[in-house]
Design a protein around this ligand. Structure first.
Ligand code: DAH
Length: 342
């Protein structure tokens, strides 16, 4: 019996020390010291003992009971003190897993393009997403009443400029940076401007209200379409492991004189026609041309001495073709299942 009591004491003390909350502590106390508890069960056998043994066991059981009560009280105090101490950190709790992020496919594309263009001597510039009507349209040879404004419907901002005019827009393209760069750096000039642009669009698999472009501009003496072709070829080769089929056709943009559009054969359906290429097998990827003399003039550059090419690449579409993503809306969806693939 003595052994049993000692064993019970040791076992109970060990368990008390592991307890972390008051409910569990109360249950444990009941289990050992309650009326139907383990100590009472042992003491039931006392009736068959001699008077001396009864005394001995009685004393011992009292000692065990008191010691256990003390232990229960001690742990109860500790648990209560922790509960009222806001700075307490329970180091035994499992940790919070920190999810590892990944570079967004658009950011990856911007990084790759920055590298490629830097190697060819282009500056990488950044421009304002909230742009003036002047730089977004007028200075690009799209005056206020020009129908070409309809091609790029955007979000007009309800805030007057210093002259009291409502002229702030979410930029519809990265092209406004052409004139800003010319004004700041003059000629000769080589720069690219990656960045986010906005349109008031009905969204579908190939159109979103927010997407990315990269603008390119090269100005110098005797710059021609041959230079444009060489630069774009270099970039597409640098970005894609596979050979891309490219189709060039005339295109109209008011800020170039001799405008071109480059379509890339859809890498997703390989010409079989899918929603990503609007069932045509081709994706409009690049608008380009020789910079219009009017635009050079706005940029403060002498169009008799200098000429230049400009291009705007649909950076988001480039990322779609590279990673074979068939819906543009995924990029800004914030969907981790999508983002974790890159
Ligand atoms: N800014 C045009 C667009 O968003 C694309 C573009 C076309 C840019 C021709 C250019 C260019 O620099 O020369 O539709």
């Amino acid at each position: 019996m003595i052994n049993k009591l000692e064993q019970l004491k040791e076992e109970a003390i060990k368990k008390i020390k592991e307890i972390k909350n008051l409910d569990a502590l109360q249950n444990l106390e009941k289990q050992y010291l309650g009326r139907k508890g383990e100590l009472t069960a042992i003491l039931r056998g006392i009736a068959d003992l001699s008077i001396d043994d009864k005394k001995k066991i009685g004393r011992l059981s009292n000692e065990v009971k008191n010691e256990l009560k003390e232990n229960f009280l001690k742990i109860k105090n500790i648990i209560e003190a922790r509960a009222s101490d806001a700075s307490f950190v329970d180091v035994s709790l499992p940790g919070k897993t920190i999810e590892q992020g990944s570079v967004h496919p658009i950011s990856q594309m911007i990084n790759d393009l920055d590298d490629l263009f830097s190697k060819m001597g282009f500056m990488v510039l950044d421009g304002p997403e909230l742009e003036s009507d002047h730089y977004n349209f007028t200075a690009l040879n799209i005056p206020a009443d020009h129908p070409a404004r309809d091609m790029q419907d955007t979000f007009y901002i309800d805030k007057e400029n210093k002259k009291g005019e409502l002229d702030m827009v979410m930029r519809t393209h990265t092209s406004p940076m052409q004139v800003r760069a010319m004004q700041k750096y003059g000629a000769p000039l080589r720069c690219v401007v990656p960045g986010r642009v906005f349109r008031n669009e009905a969204t579908d698999a190939t159109h979103d209200t927010t997407f990315d472009q990269i603008e390119g501009l090269m100005i110098g003496e005797d710059i021609s379409l041959a230079n444009l072709s060489a630069v774009l070829k270099e970039v597409l080769h640098g970005l894609f492991d596979e050979e891309l089929e490219v189709r060039i056709r005339p295109g109209y943009f008011p800020f170039v004189e001799l405008g071109l559009e480059f379509d890339v054969a859809c890498t997703i359906c390989k010409g079989a026609k899918c929603p990503a290429c609007k069932h045509t097998g081709w994706l409009e990827m690049i608008g380009a041309g020789m910079v219009h003399p009017e635009v050079l003039k706005y940029g403060g550059i002498d169009s008799k001495k200098y000429s230049g090419f400009a291009f705007g690449i649909g950076l988001t579409r480039l990322a779609m073709m590279k990673h074979k993503i068939d819906d543009i809306r995924l990029f800004n969806s914030g969907d981790l299942k999508f983002l974790k693939q890159f």
